[in-house]
Design a protein around this ligand. Structure first.
Ligand SMILES: Cc1cc2nc3c(=O)[nH]c(=O)nc-3n(C[C@H](O)[C@H](O)[C@H](O)COP(=O)(O)OP(=O)(O)OC[C@H]3O[C@@H](n4cnc5c(N)ncnc54)[C@H](O)[C@@H]3O)c2cc1C
Length: 200
C-alpha cells in the first residue's frame, strides 16, 4: 500500500492549542468542544483506519450559525478544519490532523420537512442515508442512492463523496438526487443553492 502524504503540520497552531480551545468554547457551547484524549478517541480515524491521529480539538456545533462563526474564526486564524459526518468514508476525507479542528456534524440529525408533493425531503447533514428512506417508505417512496453503509453514513458525507449504491445504476448517484443545499463556506458565509424543484 502506498503511503498517504499528509499536509505539512502548522507548528504555530499546535503551540496555540489551549488558546484556540478557549476561543472555541466562547463561540459554541463549551460542552460541545472536546479536547481530552479520551473524549476525542472515537474521532481519531475514519474508515481508512490504517491512519490515525488525534485532532487539535473536536467541536460538535448545534446550528448553522455556530458552524459559520467557527469557520469564520478558523479562516481568520489560518486554522485547518475537517468536517466529519459518520466517519465511514474510505478515502480518508474525515481523517483528523493534529493541527486541525474536527467539525463533527453529528448533532445535525433532524429531518426538517417531508414534502410528498415535490417528492423531496429537507434534511440536516448528519441524518443517516437510511433514515431518509425510513421517513417516506410508508407512502411507497425510498431515497435511491443507497451506499452499502447506508445504515451509518450521513447525507452530508454522501454529498461530499457523491455516494451511490445499487439503485444508482437506474437513478444516479447523490448529485442526481439533490435539489438544493445550504452551504457554509470556509470564511463563514452561508449560501443557499437550488431549491425544491429542478432548475428551470
Ligand atoms: C462498509 C462500507 C461500505 C461502503 N459502501 C459504499 C457504497 O456502496 N457506495 C459509496 O459510495 N460509498 C460507500 N462507502 C463509503 C462511505 O460510506 C461513503 O463515502 C459515505 O458517503 C461517507 O459518509 P459519512 O457520513 O461517513 O462521511 P465521512 O466519512 O464522515 O466524511 C466523508 C467526507 O465528507 C466530508 N463531509 C462529511 N460531512 C460533511 C458535511 N456535512 N459538510 C461538508 N463535508 C462533509 C468529510 O470531510 C469527508 O471529506 C462505504 C463505506 C463502508 C465503511
Amino acid at each position: 500500500m502506498s503511503e498517504l502524504t499528509l499536509p505539512k503540520l502548522n507548528k504555530f497552531t499546535i503551540s496555540n492549542r489551549l488558546e484556540i480551545i478557549n476561543k472555541l468554547k466562547k463561540i459554541i457551547n463549551p460542552e460541545n468542544v472536546l479536547s481530552e484524549n479520551e473524549e476525542m478517541k472515537p474521532y481519531e480515524t475514519d474508515a481508512l483506519s490504517a491512519y490515525k491521529q488525534m485532532p487539535l480539538a473536536v467541536i460538535l456545533p448545534e446550528n448553522t450559525q455556530e458552524v459559520s462563526a467557527v469557520l469564520k474564526y478558523c479562516n481568520k486564524e489560518n486554522i485547518k478544519v475537517i468536517p466529519r459526518g459518520a466517519g465511514t468514508g474510505l478515502s480518508g476525507g474525515a481523517l483528523p490532523l493534529q493541527d486541525a479542528i474536527l467539525l463533527g456534524l453529528g448533532k445535525f440529525n433532524k429531518i426538517l420537512e417531508i414534502d410528498f408533493d415535490n417528492k423531496c425531503v429537507v434534511a440536516q447533514p448528519g441524518v443517516t442515508n437510511l433514515s431518509i428512506t425510513h421517513s417516506v417508505q410508508d407512502k411507497g417512496f425510498y431515497y435511491a442512492p443507497d451506499p452499502s453503509s447506508q445504515l451509518a453514513c450521513s447525507i452530508g458525507g454522501n454529498v461530499a463523496e457523491n455516494s451511490g449504491g445499487v439503485h444508482s445504476l437506474k437513478y444516479g448517484t447523490t448529485t442526481n438526487n439533490i435539489l438544493g443545499l445550504e452551504i457554509v463556506l470556509m470564511d463563514g458565509t452561508i449560501c443557499n443553492i437550488g431549491g425544491k424543484t429542478l432548475d428551470q
